[in-house]
Ligand binder design. Sequence first.
Ligand SMILES: [Zn+2]
Length: 130
Amino acid sequence: MNWFRKLMIGRYGMDQLSNAMLMLSIVFLVVSSLIGSGVFNIFAMIILIMCYARMFSKNINKRREENMRFLQWWNPINLKLIQFINRARGGKTYRYFKCTQCGQRLRVPKGKGKIRITCPKCRNELTKNT
Ligand SMILES: [Zn+2]
């Protein structure tokens, strides 16, 4: 990989924005093969070319600024996405309590109103609102 390192001297290289562009172009390629439309293929190629143009760019300050602007836009979305995935994974359907006696974590289904929970470890009974 010595030639590659030499090639990249003074050039910008990869960053989060280029990574995102790479992912997006892959998504477009998959979509294009799914729906059999060449339009998405063209989109994917354009994005790929832009991605490589950024990687080999020598205008490092400009590229850094682009990446920062991208992160300012993307980070809040990313956070919401993570929260959404976490909720979909069980945060929405379960509530977690701690046993008052032994500290055992208890998982109960949400939206059942007031229920009695028996701790599986120490048989302590709790009444909780779910
Ligand atoms: Zn307990």
